[in-house]
Each structure stands twice: as structure tokens, then as C-alpha cells.
Design a protein around this ligand. Structure first.
Ligand code: NAD
Length: 260
């Protein structure tokens, strides 16, 4: 489905982003990987994608807090593959603390990575997509783009911002064959969720098991974590021609969380 096209997935060295990058490659897209991590492990993943799916894969170490690095990464993808057709804004971090103790630098970092990075990437990618009259922009938002939870002020604010950015961009590019949507997962078992357990234990005075059962899965009526492959399948669907009328949408994949 995506043969001859190229996809850039920010924050794709781990979790949901990695699953999306692999799913795009499985559809024949050349991919740009991005994110932090062990250099050897990233190189192994990059080479593995090329071998398994018969596509080209490059890696960009661009830091999503740095607008110039984001623009350069978009340029590098276009230069290497001839076009950037699918942009997935996925990089994200979390911090859990009551607002009066919320570190200012964490607020700034989360707004930069989870929200502003998407603005910078879309801004850089749109001219090429408009010229080619085809593009798919997908952002990994969150159930927290629709509802809030306490102690996550920066994350919830950034994700609500992604929902607004998605709608605005969708309207601006609607007649150019470009769609812009966000996907809003509930709790997906990834390193991001695993890492917030100790802070939540502290903030709520709970054990790890209590956090999983009474905080995380308490919100999710199915009582099961969403899988990274389920999220990736939805991203692939949004790239299909069948999904060309879906734009400006915020698609929940949250086990019923936001239905409550
Ligand atoms: P993860 O921690 O497994 O992956 C995050 C990725 O972002 C990694 O590749 C990391 O290196 C990268 N990253 C972090 N800071 C970066 C920076 N400054 N520059 C470049 N890359 C950076 O997390 P995940 O759970 O896979 O989350 C991916 C996205 O999905 C995030 O936007 C997150 O908010 C969203 N999300 C996750 C869940 C969940 O339950 N896991 C639910 C809803 C939404």
C-alpha cells in the first residue's frame, strides 16, 4: 500500500512509535526512525527493518525539543527518499506530580516534546506534501486529549493541544489530498507507562499492583492494556485510500475509557 512512499515516525526507537514504523515498513514504505536509546540497539532495529521488509530505513537523532533539528530531520527524509509522505508525530514523555510541585522544567520539556515538536514537524513537512498533493499526518495523542487525570497537568495540556493542532491543520490542507488526524490510545503497555508507576506510587501512596489495577486499568472498562500493534494498525488504516475522507478526527482506541 505504501510502496514508493516514505514515512517519518518521531519517537520510534521504542513502544508505539517503533510498532508504527515497523507497520509502515510492512506496507512497503521507506522509514525514518527517530528517538533516543542505545546506538547499537537502534542500528540493529534499523537494519532489521530493512532486511525484514525490503525497504530503506534511516535514523535521525533529532531532539524533539529543538526546532532546527526537527526541520533538518524532515529535510533529510525528503532528500534521502525523494519525498516525505507520512508524518507520524509520536515522541512523548510523561511526568506525574501535583501541580504545586510540578517542576517548571518538566512542564517546558513536555510541552516542547509532546506538542511543539508536532507543530515544527508539520510546518516543515507540509510544503512537500502540498506540492505532491498527497500526505498523511498522524499524531499519537492520548485519551488525555479528551479527558484529564490528576497530577498530569503538562501531559494533559499538551495532548489537548495536539487535538486542536490536528483540527486546524486538517482544515488548512483539506483540498490538497492531505489528511491530518490524531489517535488517542488509552493505556498501552510500553516503557512510558512502566516508568510512571514509581511516581504514581509516590503521588498516591500506592503499591505497583494497586497503581496498575486501581489507577491505570481502573479507567479502562475492558480491563486490558491496548497493544502497540492495535495502535499501529489504526495508523496504517489512516494511510489507506479508504480513509481519505477521515480528516481532523480524534480517534479513540482506549478500551471504552472515554465512553464513560
Ligand atoms: P516510549 O517511552 O516507549 O517511547 C517514547 C519515544 O519518544 C522513544 O522513542 C523516545 O526515545 C522518544 N523521545 C522522548 N523524548 C524525545 C526527544 N526529546 N526527542 C526525540 N525523541 C524522544 O513511550 P510510548 O508509550 O510508546 O509513547 C509514544 C506516544 O504515545 C507518546 O506521545 C505518548 O504520549 C503516547 N501515548 C502513550 C500511551 C501509553 O499508554 N503508552 C497512551 C496514550 C498515548
Amino acid at each position: 500500500m505504501l510502496k514508493g512512499k516514505s514515512a517519518l515516525v518521531t519517537g520510534s526507537t521504542s513502544g508505539i512509535g517503533l510498532a508504527i514504523a515497523r507497520a509502515m515498513a510492512a506496507q512497503g514504505a521507506n522509514v525514518t526512525l527517530n528517538g533516543f536509546g542505545d546506538a547499537a540497539a537502534i542500528e540493529k532495529e534499523r537494519g532489521g527493518i530493512e532486511k525484514e521488509f525490503g525497504v530503506k530505513a534511516i535514523y535521525s537523532a533529532a531532539d524533539m525539543t529543538k526546532p532546527e533539528e526537527i526541520a533538518d530531520m524532515v529535510k533529510a527524509s525528503e532528500k534521502t527518499f525523494g519525498s516525505l509522505d507520512v508524518l507520524v508525530n509520536n515522541a512523548g514523555i510523561q511526568h506525574v506530580a501535583p501541580i504545586e510541585e510540578f517542576p517548571i522544567e518538566k512542564w517546558n520539556q513536555i510541552i516542547a516534546i509532546n506538542l511543539s515538536a508536532a507543530f515544527h514537524a508539520v510546518r516543515a513537512a507540509i510544503p512537500g506534501m502540498k506540492a505532491r498533493k498527497w500526505g498523511r499526518i498522524i499524531s499519537t495523542a492520548s485519551a488525555h486529549s479528551l479527558v484529564a487525570s490528576p497530577f498530569k497537568v503538562a501531559y494533559v495540556s499538551a495532548k489537548h493541544g495536539i487535538a486542536g493542532l490536528t483540527k486546524t491543520v486538517a482544515l488548512e490542507v483539506a483540498t490538497f489530498g492531505i489528511t491530518c488526524n490524531c489517535i488517542s490510545p488509552g493505556y498501552v503497555w510500553t516503557p512510558l507507562v512502566e516508568r510512571q508507576i514509581p511516581d504514581t506510587m509516590k503521588a498516591r501512596n500506592m503499591t505497583a499492583e494497586q497503581v496498575k489495577r486501581d489507577v491505570l486499568l481502573a479507567a479502562q472498562p475492558t480491563k486490558e492494556f491496548v497493544t502497540v500493534d492495535e495502535v499501529a494498525s489504526l495508523a496504517v488504516y489512516l494511510c489507506s485510500d479508504a480513509a481519505k475522507a477521515i480528516t481532523g478526527a480524534n480517534l479513540s482506541i482506549d478500551g471504552g475509557w472515554t465512553a464513560e
